[in-house]
Design a protein around this ligand. Structure first.
Ligand code: HAX
Length: 436
């Protein structure tokens, strides 16, 4: 057993009595109540999920295993000559909650190379899809096609519930290791005439992804930063929740993660990074060569709102301030591409949009989220095919959601089944002032 897996097992064994005690000794303690607007309005703020992988505070933003973004970047071992930690070190951290030593990271890097075996039929599935298929449909189809590789599906009949986490961990690790290969393949197949670049087994995940994409340094660090930043946002967001929900039926990690990707592909969720670039492109076309100014940005934002659409990259279901993932990427831009014209437009939108959205008066959070900034960096390094951006998000998101469902199985979380009510019931309880 690898050091990561045996450490994970120790952590699971330490953790199990806490979950058992909560259910057995404190199971009936009330932690929340639910109002009609939460019931109709997407269960916002209703506390009915448990995860220890990450926690999202409305003001402070994300903490991965207790560390905020700068703390996470500072604490984890870096790739040689790199500003950012390896993705492999972050995977170890998400699974165990511990900062790995360099030797432990090296072991995961080596292990991922043996796991990164994408069967040839998966490439055939992607090749067989229509040329104009969305890259997210290709990514999801590739993952779903690989389901027959699932160790969980093959073994669970012969296992006790306490051991389910083991093949789940194996599947999760294999998916994480294979994803950069599949993503780079989609990119080169779709946008580079199928001119595929073979993997370089001497590189860590971030560097190998940059290599397979055909993008020079420091794109290796961009990849590491991007995958880590997009990994997790506690388990209530659509992609994490969809993955968790499907896994709760004991569906394996391939089925579950493919479902998560399908949710990520929605414009209110991960596809927003594509929509942001689309919005900027349309805005620039309308300017017809004129320079962007705060005035014309403001007018374009109002035009979008008045046509009944959302401003992509702004607002959040939980956050009530600028997303720290936005800030982390902005700091990267300030260091590496401060004079980039697209970065300047994005900054101009940042200056104007919160005021416009506040005046518009609908959104609870007028500040930017991760997706408002992420495309700029990709564009700067030559990745201008922006319908690919959500695939990058998906590769990162795998880390969080797959660590999460491995722990779901370890702690024996139940099949998810919230209760539905009818409109007539809500009307009756509304008239009585509550469900009495
Ligand atoms: N532009 C215009 N209106 C907005 C808005 C925005 N950026 N954000 C929210 N609103 C509107 C909502 O559409 C809603 O209007 P209705 O009452 O007419 O339905 C109202 O403000 C209240 O919404 P809210 O409570 O503030 O926000 P929600 O929790 O319902 O939704 C969303 C959160 C992220 C979906 C929302 O802010 C949005 O649509 N943003 C734009 C799309 C986007 O950037 N999505 C990515 C979010 C981050 C993420 O998940 N990345 O993957």
């Amino acid at each position: 057993m690898s050091r990561l897996k045996s450490r994970l097992l120790e952590k699971i064994q330490e953790h199990r009595p806490r979950t058992t005690a909560l259910i057995k000794e404190h199971g009936k303690v009330i932690i929340d109540d639910v109002s009609i607007d939460q019931c109709i309005g997407g269960a916002r703020d209703v506390r009915t999920l448990v995860t220890d992988i990450s926690y999202l505070d409305p003001i402070e933003g994300i903490r991965f295993r207790g560390l905020n973004i700068p703390e996470t970047f500072a604490a984890l071992p870096k790739a040689p000559g790199s500003e950012y930690p390896t993705v492999e070190s972050f995977w170890y951290f998400l699974l165990t909650g511990e900062i790995p030593t360099q030797a432990e990271v090296d072991e995961v890097v080596a292990e991922f190379k043996t796991r990164a075996k994408v069967p040839s039929y998966v490439y055939d599935v992607m090749k067989a899809m229509p040329k104009d298929s969305h890259p997210m449909a290709m990514l999801s189809a590739a993952k779903l096609a690989m389901q027959k590789e699932s160790q969980f599906a093959a073994k669970y009949h012969d296992l006790k519930k306490n051991d389910y986490w083991d093949p789940m961990y194996e599947d999760a690790s294999n998916i994480v290791a294979c994803l950069p290969h599949i993503a780079a393949y989609i990119y080169r197949l779709k946008y580079k005439n199928g001119n595929i670049i073979a993997s370089n087994p001497s590189l860590d995940m971030g560097a190998n992804f940059a290599h397979m994409m055909g993008i020079a340094k420091p794109y290796d660090d961009v990849a590491r930063m991007y995958f880590i930043l997009h990994s997790d946002h506690e388990s209530g967001n659509v992609s994490a929740h969809a993955t968790h929900l499907v896994a709760s039926a004991l569906s394996d990690a391939y089925y579950s993660f493919s479902a998560g990707l399908n949710g990520l592909a929605g414009p209110l969720h991960g596809l927003a990074n594509q929509e942001v670039l689309d919005w900027i492109k349309e805005f620039k076309e309308k300017l017809g060569g004129a320079e962007p100014t705060e005035e014309n940005v403001k007018k374009a934002l109002w035009d979008t709102l008045n046509s009944g659409h959302v401003i992509p990259g702004y607002g959040h279901a939980v956050l009530r301030k600028t997303d720290p993932r936005y800030v982390a990427q902005m700091e990267f831009c300030l260091k590496h591409l401060p004079n980039d014209p697209l970065f300047k437009v994005v900054n101009m939108i940042y200056k104007v949009a919160p005021g416009v959205l506040t005046e518009h008066g609908k959104t609870k959070n007028p500040w930017p989220n991760v997706d408002a900034q992420s495309g700029v960096i990709q564009w700067y390094y030559g990745l201008v095919e922006y319908d690919f951006y959500t695939v990058l998000f998906g590769v990162g998101r795998a880390l969080g959601v797959l660590a999460n469902i491995t722990w779901d199985r370890a702690l024996g979380y139940a099949i998810e089944r919230p209760k539905s009510v009818t409109t007539a019931m809500l009307e009756e309880w509304a008239a009585k002032g509550g469900r009495k």
